[in-house]
Design a protein around this ligand. Sequence first.
Ligand SMILES: Nc1ncnc2c1ncn2[C@@H]1O[C@H](COP(=O)(O)OP(=O)(O)OP(=O)(O)O)[C@@H](O)[C@H]1O
Ligand SMILES: [Mg+2]
Length: 403
Amino acid sequence: MIRMESVTKRYPDGTVAVDRLSLEIPDRSITVLVGPSGCGKTTTLRMINRMVEPTEGTIRLDGADLQGQPLTTLRRSMGYVIQNAGLFQHRTIIDNIATVPRMIGWGRQKSRERAAELMERVGLDASLGKRYPYQLSGGQQQRVGVARALAADPPVLLMDEPFSAVDPVVRKGLQDELLRIQDELGKTIVFVTHDIDEAIKLGTMVAVMRTGGRLAQFAPPAELLSNPADDFVEDFLGADRGIRRLSFFPSAGLELTTGPVVRVDATTEQLTAPDLPYLLVTDADGRPLGWAEPRDLTAGDIAVEGLLSYGRPFVPGTDSLRAALDCAVLSPTGWAVAVDADGRVTGVVSQQTIGEAIRTAHGTGEPAAPQSTAPQSTAPQSGGAQAGDGQPSGSAGVTKVGP
Ligand SMILES: Nc1ncnc2c1ncn2[C@@H]1O[C@H](COP(=O)(O)OP(=O)(O)OP(=O)(O)O)[C@@H](O)[C@H]1O
Ligand SMILES: [Mg+2]
């Protein structure tokens, strides 16, 4: 664990970049430092690998004061990734990644093998190894930067706005990749960004800093969203705090109903029996085709062209309550369509049921799993599916479900 105890950095010109900062950075998770430009994020990060020395206070790594540790050992235990990757322009990709292994005396062959292995890990095609950095896209270069930092397998990764220079789509890919790598490798990552959404997506813990190098709040993202410490943090979090917090609640507990679901070859009886204003038609495999009013459907010969869009379905267990709500809001009937991993319909759920689950989630601060007793005859839009007593399900605590 990295522990900062009342750390202050005053630069020679008198600028106080970091002011009595105390932080406990947990092992094997991502801690994000976020805050406006000039609030001391980079300075804080650089004090961890001693590129910058604190003026006051102590930083400990696994209990030992960093001051007592040889710089070379320290730096080797900490990979460092910066914006624009900071690659050596005159070296090939393979040689860039192999830099540290070569430096610490691994043979040429072993270093290159390691580099090739890392290219695969960060999602780079092996054929790019012979290229030079200028022959790669920004996103690819950033992946090389991550691979290079991981090359000597350091327990700690320090990342300073590593994804800021790429477009939003590539950035999302890099973020997902980092989460995947973190899942596999379990590094202790300190990640700097000024983008609060990136912080919320990546962070296990998020330190919000304010100008003057002061800590405003240090909390898991779900807690930041539900309980911002003050106006500064609330402002910094931006709009839609409540909606965004729903990302931390699973949709798995939502009670689904199959009442309105019919197959494309449904009989007259199957079309009329449910007595509902809308039915969801699926193909013979159970994949959604669209909504329709029963009177517009011809038994045995449903015209697929005439169906209303079913919007985007959600996957209970994978997607969050936010995703489920989004599906319901976008659905022409107000009902969200749930599918399994293969895209087959497992049921539908009304806005009202989702609303009940949201109230439960906000109320308890825990993932909601309403024990619904949705009557099969309940019509879409009349929204009769009840959320029941809204008992939270077995799993306690707030977990990140999906972006
Ligand atoms: N070498 C230096 N000498 C004097 N002041 C410095 C030095 N480096 C940084 N500063 C000042 O310290 C403060 C914090 O800088 P720092 O680079 O840590 O901020 P930051 O949060 O990383 O900002 P950004 O988001 O713009 O990268 C700023 O006011 C900056 O001008
Ligand atoms: Mg910076």
